[in-house]
Design a protein. Sequence first.
Length: 731
Amino acid sequence: MLALALLLPPQHVRPLAHHNYREALWKSLLFFRAQRSGDLGPDNPIPWRSAPSFASDGADVGVNLSRGYFDAGDYVKYAQPAAFTLSLLSWGALEFERGLRAAGALAELRAAVRWGADFILQAAAHVERRCTYYAQVGRGAADRCARPSCKYDHGYWGRAEEYASYEYARQRRTYSIDADRPGTEAWAGASAALAAAHQLLARDDPPYAARLLQVARKLFSCATAHNPLNAKLQEALPQVSPQYTSWGFSDELGWAAAWLYDATHEEQYADAFKVGMRRGEDRWWYEGFAASWDDVNALAKLKMLTAKPGYAEAEHLRSSLLDYIRKWRKCSGETRKMTACGLCYAQKWGSLRYAMTSALVAAVYATHFPEDKAEGAPAAEWASGQLHYLLGDNSLGRSYMIGYAGRQGQLSYPRRPHHRGASCPPASEGGCDETALCDPCDSPWVLHGAVVGGPDETDCWNDDRSNWERNEVALDYSAPLPGLLAWMLSLEAGDSEKRWPAQLPLSVAVQSHGVLFRQPQATRGVFESLGGSPLAVGALLVLGYLCYSYRQRASFQRGRGSGRRSHIHFKSMPPRDVEIDSDMQDSFSDPNEFSQPKGSSSYTSLTSPYLQNSTFGLQEEEGLTFGLHPRVDDEHEVVFRTSVSPRGHIEMRPPGTAVSSELSPLHRHTECPVFRSRRVIPSHPIMGAQVMWWYSALAQAKEQVQSNDARALGSPSSQAGAEWATSAELD
């Protein structure tokens, strides 16, 4: 699986310079933060989601279901679309891990998956009791009922944290399926989600991943053992309709079997795949219509086709899958039509989700079968075109991702989504009710990363909060985006490796208070992991220096010593540790050779009294990370900038404005602002303590290399031994 994850997409598909895929990726993940329920913890980055919510969910059945994800612009928790979303998030990460690592977003995506997987485990707490599974919490408006009470959760327009004040809050309850009321789609969907999460999280937390797989097996057994009459989910759980009426479950059975086969390599799941796909409505021969939460046919076949070991009937799957991809690529058949601006339109309700999920199918296929020039190359080009339509390349200058306006801020984006929380003013300004729904003004909060439903077949779309067909947001609308954006970033990373030399003699200097610290030779592994960028390596040391007085003791400890030594593991490269010890030496060495003598060839040290107990700004689990410039508020963002000048700075400036030529540090106190200043640099995983703000400088440097040679970065010569310097000023 690791080898597959490192495959590059076809090289003829090119990232576009006017798009910032890293920003879009981080924002797409930020949306899932906004959709979390329960106690969000101290690292919550959403300013209008501060207090716990729905703490009593599941109390009526004796299970804590307070967490999980809200489905859309409301507060209902539906099993099937949520499980589908988790599966796609995991799949995108497994296929395009390289792109996520390049953006420093892998840890955040894993956290998003784990949040949802935790909820599924809780929902399956009683699965041993005749396959009881809690498939829904709350419910949407009932069909054909005009009474106010029939609106159920949809009758409440307000903040998640204030739901208890709702007149009909006591009607909120937990709904289950079991052997007597079988919900094959929900069981199988949850099984697929856990099996996918198992593969994503196995390296970081083996015991947790093993539990996920254990429950996934049990849920799949429930899905295959019950439902002799092939009833659909709404027959066992009427409350799921009309919002999520199912059209069948055979594809979900295949989807779960494919994930379990890939996770376990057990032939029983290969056999179950075909049996499941042919059960009920028989999806074995049908290629599928529009990949989505209710149609995972193409997804299941692609997953089984790429699973290891190979599947005996792979050619049948490939033929059926290519039929699906061709129809979407040509935008033909059934209700598909190509809009004038380039969207392959299939259905009016959430039109973008179908195109984006199908684009992910095409991207994964093209990545796995680069030798298929006739089908893979056109599929990749089509997938890229659909993604870029959503990001704003649609002749309308409109991005359908909230908060994303392009690299230069040139695009418009939705400002009045159908979303309760984002539409409510700050709590200090009073209550929130349905007047916010009808308010024609922009939402007071930017719902970063959310994807709205999308335009009609004429590319027409209105920014109208009351239009839930085209302007609501939902988990499954955004589910394919992290994978697609990581695909673009994996290609971008591949291009950067071609532009930068594989090896370059390098020295890094860090200068502050008039004292120069020099690293004569940077470790090759670190250098190569950063795409060969001397600026990046230099900025790593700059950031370490900026934080040198963060604490007298190491900030990260892995159970070693007395706190006078810190071990921060790099997992994005061949294993190495950054070791800072009481001898004031910082070294790069093999983690299994901490005791090797300093004379060893793999030991390189930098000794300075000014670097005592310094702490690098690295994320412990993921190694080097980077991401968005953190926003202080809607008016300012914080930027750590290492320029070609070279100087390192931390500054606050309005988003999108040019960096001033005269810069001054924002902080001068003894504690490292990267770790300690929650107001200026919020200490949460997305935009805080574990983000490297020098990445923007690296991007700028690479752009400059495209038009100049490496000497444009300040190298005095191109000869061996040429030195590169990066400095930082603290006052």
